[in-house]
Structure formats: structure tokens, C-alpha cells
Design a protein around this ligand. Sequence first.
Ligand SMILES: *Cc1c(COP(=O)(O)O)cnc(C)c1O
Length: 223
Amino acid sequence: MSVISDQIKIITETLPDGVELVAVSKFHPVEALKEAYDAGQRIFGESRVQEISQKRLLMPDDVQWHFIGHLQTNKVRQLVPYVSLIHSVDSIKLLESINAESARIGKVVDVLLQLHVAQEETKFGFTCEDCVDLVDKGVLDRLPNVRVCGVMGMATNTDDMVKVREEFKSIKNVFDTLKQRYFADKPYFKEISMGMSDDFHIAMEEGSTLVRIGTTIFGSRGY
Ligand SMILES: *Cc1c(COP(=O)(O)O)cnc(C)c1O
């Protein structure tokens, strides 16, 4: 058995009920994805539209492609036809663009709202207030071709696991606030995408439903 398939099995076996693994395969060759696929993995996460567009042609049809990187509006048209979940929606402009493209091809695309909780200034995303505004002002009602299924967030890149845990708690808090305020009767609003190689155990303890794991499965990325 290869290291990749070993890791897929080890991680999958430790996931509690209700948590799914997104195998983050960005920057890794298709051969690596195929090994993961052969070990039973079906959800793959990629962060660049060009890369995902090429890889998907070389992989079986039942792969679910999740987009996790910063998405530019001019790449939306290319991505929307085949993507199954966009984790990283970080602006109203992007929501509108995804809605327009999805409407054009008669599709409803599932997305998550990316939250800004980490300390790093470069992180994109919505604050809790932005999200509440979004629903209170009826923005989502105007966008019937996007279906907001939950939230996504990244903790600060730090060894301070107390801080990481606090940030995961605040992501869960935003989820709960939105659920209560707007999505209480919408069963599809159920995803909390948080946790990467170094912190997914903590993320799961704090309520994650989608863990995005790259390095632990595929090794380090040669950028
Ligand atoms: C690259 C990436 C991951 C995977 O990170 P690892 O530390 O390799 O597990 C998860 N989420 C996002 C948004 C990423 O860009």
C-alpha cells in the first residue's frame, strides 16, 4: 500500500460521523490523486481554476471537485459547470458573479461563506457582521442560483493551539448565528469547513463537518 492510501485510510477511520474529508490535492500530480481515488477518496480540493480544470479531465466522473482557493470573478465561468462546492466565497461581488454564471447554465451552485477570523491581514473573507448583513438585507434572496450551505474558515497559522481553538469556536458561532437567524428551516445549511493538516483534530472537536487536508495525505507541496 502506498503512503497516500495509508493516510486516506487512517484519516477516514478517525473521522466522526458527519465529518467528511476533502483531500487537498493542489500542486500534486494526477497520479497522486489517482492513488487517493483508488483508496476510496472522492472529494478533492483544489485552489486554482486552471489546475482543477486540467485534472478533472484525467480523473473519473464521480469525483466531487471542491474549490478552496481565492476565486477571481473572471474565472467563475470556467469553474461553475463542474464544481460541486465552492468553499471560498469571500465577497458579495463574487456571490453575484457565481449566481449569474449558474443562472446562465441553469444550475444552482453550492457555496460556503469564507469567514475572516485569523489574525493575518492577507486573509480574505466576511466578518460575522458582514454575514448577518448579507441575510438581513436580503442579498441572498436576490441570488437564487447560489445555495449557501454553510461557512468556511482558516485559523491563524500559529503553534498556539489555544488561539486556534478560539478561532474555530468563533467560526462555529457565526454558523450558529446564521443558522438561527436565517437558515433554521433549511437543512442544506449544515457545513462548517474548518481544519487542515495541523489542526483538524481541534477543528472536529469544535464542530467541523468538512476537514481540508493536504500535506498529511500527499506530503509537502513543491511550489
Ligand atoms: C492548502 C490548503 C489546505 C490544506 O492545507 P494542509 O496544511 O496541507 O493540510 C486547506 N485549506 C485551504 C484553504 C488551503 O489553501
